[in-house]
Design a protein around this ligand. Structure first.
Ligand code: GLY
Length: 381
C-alpha cells in the first residue's frame, strides 16, 4: 500500500492509496474534482467506450450530470440506472430489477459498471456485478464519507434480508475507487457524522496516534476543512487497504474492521433498517458498547471507554441505547439478533473487544451469561 500526494502548478493532485491484491490490485484516489474528471481515471479500464452507471435518485440529482459530462467529453457512452434512495433498496427485489435492467441494456462481461453513491448503491451494484454473467468489473465512486472510508474499499458486496444485514453477498473487488471530497459538501450533516464513526473506528482498532489526531482535529473535520477531511479519508483508506491486502476474505485480522458492528447490526435490525438509526450511528453505539463490554470483562480501563464515548459524543453521534428514538427489544431479543452475525462460528458469537484505544482484538470468549448481564445493564443506562 502506498500513499502519494503531488502537486502540478497550483492544482493539488489527488492522493492515492493502492490496495495490494496482486493481479487484482486497484487504486483509491482521494481528492477534489474526481467526479467531473472521472473519465480520465476510468478510460484505461475500458475494453469498449461504454460504461453503465448505477446510482440513486438523490445522488443522481447532485452528481450524475457532471459524471456523464466527463464521459461524453471523452467520447464514452454512459447509461444510467437510477434506483430509489435508502437502505431498503438493498434487497432482493431491487437486485433482481437491476440485474434485469443491466441484461436488457446489453451489458457485456467485458464492460465496466460504475456505482455512484453511498454504501447502499456500492453494495448492491457490486453484488449485481459479481453475479451478472458470472462477474463483470465495477468501479466505485462513493459520495458519502462512510462509503469513502469503508464500504467502497475491500470488495464486500451484498444485500439485506429480513434475517439481518448483508447476509447475502459476495467478495468482489472494484477495479478503481474515486473518493471525491467535493461530494461531501452536499452530504446531510447526519450522514457525515455517521460516516465519521467509521473514521474513528480505525483509530480505535490499532492506531492510537490517529485517534489523538482525530481528537485534535474534530472541529476542522466537522467544519468541512478539505485538507483535514482528506487526511482523515486517506489514513482510513490506507488502514483498510493494509487489512484487506492481509486478509481479503476475513479469515482473521479483517474481522477487526467489524469493531462495533455485531452490536450495531443488531440495533439496525431492531430498528427495521430505518431512519431511526443509520448504519454509522449503529456503529458508534456498537463501538462504545464494545469498549464498555471490555471494561465489564476487566479487559480495558474505564478511562479509555470514557474517552472513546466522549469523542463520538462530541462528534454528535449516539453512543447509548437510550439515544435511539422509540422502543427497543429487550436484552435477550437483541442477543438473538446478534446471533445472525456472519462471524458466528459453531453458534458462538465473535466479538471485537479492546484492551484500550488502538488495541482491539478478536475473541470468542464472551460467555452467554456475561453477555446477558452486560446487555441487561445497557438497557438501563
Ligand atoms: N466493513 C468491514 C469490512 O469491509 O471488512
Amino acid at each position: 500500500m502506498t500513499r502519494t500526494a503531488s502537486k502540478t502548478g497550483s492544482q493539488t493532485m489527488p492522493e492515492k492509496v493502492t490496495v495490494d491484491l496482486g493481479d487484482r490490485a486497484y487504486e483509491i484516489f482521494v481528492g477534489q474534482g474526481l467526479i467531473e474528471n472521472a473519465a480520465m481515471y476510468v478510460a484505461p479500464l475500458l475494453k469498449r467506450a461504454r460504461v453503465t452507471i448505477v446510482t440513486d435518485e438523490n445522488v443522481a440529482q447532485l452528481h450524475l450530470d457532471a459524471l456523464q459530462k466527463s464521459f461524453t467529453d471523452n467520447n464514452i457512452t454512459s447509461t444510467p440506472f437510477i434506483l430509489p434512495p435508502g437502505e431498503k433498496t438493498k434487497n432482493f427485489e431491487q437486485l433482481q430489477h437491476l440485474l434485469g435492467a443491466l441484461l436488457d441494456a446489453g451489458v457485456e462481461r467485458g464492460d465496466l459498471i460504475i456505482a455512484l453513491g453511498g454504501g447502499v448503491i456500492g453494495d448492491l451494484t457490486g453484488f449485481a456485478a459479481s453475479v451478472l454473467r458470472r462477474g463483470v468489473d465495477f468501479a466505485q465512486i462513493p459520495t458519502t464519507l462512510l462509503a469513502q472510508v469503508d464500504s467502497s474499499v475491500g470488495g464486500k458486496t451484498g444485500i439485506n434480508v429480513p434475517q439481518g444485514k448483508n447476509l447475502i453477498g459476495a467478495f468482489h473487488q472494484p477495479r478503481l475507487v474515486l473518493a471525491d471530497t467535493d461530494a461531501l459538501t452536499t452530504l446531510p450533516p447526519r450522514q457525515f457524522r455517521a460516516g465519521y464513526a467509521e473514521v474513528v473506528k480505525y483509530g480505535l482498532i490499532n492506531d492510537p496516534s490517529f485517534f489523538d489526531w482525530l481528537e485534535a482535529n474534530l472541529d476542522n473535520t466537522m467544519n468541512g476543512d478539505v485538507a483535514t477531511i482528506t487526511k482523515a479519508i486517506v489514513t482510513s483508506c490506507d488502514a483498510k487497504a493494509h487489512v484487506v491486502a492481509a486478509d481479503e476474505r476475513e479469515g482473521g485480522v479483517r474481522a477487526l474492521l467489524n469493531l462495533g458492528h455485531t452490536f450495531g447490526h443488531a440495533l439496525e435490525a431492531a430498528t427495521g433498517f430505518s431512519d431511526r438509526l443509520i448504519h454509522g450511528e449503529g456503529v458508534a453505539i456498537g463501538m462504545t458498547m464494545a469498549f464498555e463490554l471490555s471494561v465489564h470483562l476487566g479487559l480495558c480501563s474505564g478511562q479509555d471507554a470514557v474517552r472513546a464515548r466522549r469523542h463520538l459524543t462530541k462528534a454528535g453521534l449516539p453512543t447509548r441505547l437510550s439515544d435511539i428514538p422509540g422502543n427497543l427489544p429487550d436484552a435477550r431479543a437483541l442477543i438473538d439478533l446478534m446471533a445472525q452475525d456472519k462471524k458466528v462460528v459453531d453458534g458462538t458469537l465473535t466479538f471485537i473487544l479492546a484492551r484500550g484505544i488502538g488495541d482491539a482484538f478478536i475473541t470468542r470468549d464472551v460467555t452467554p451469561s456475561d453477555l446477558l448481564a452486560f446487555m441487561t445493564d445497557q438497557e438501563t443506562t
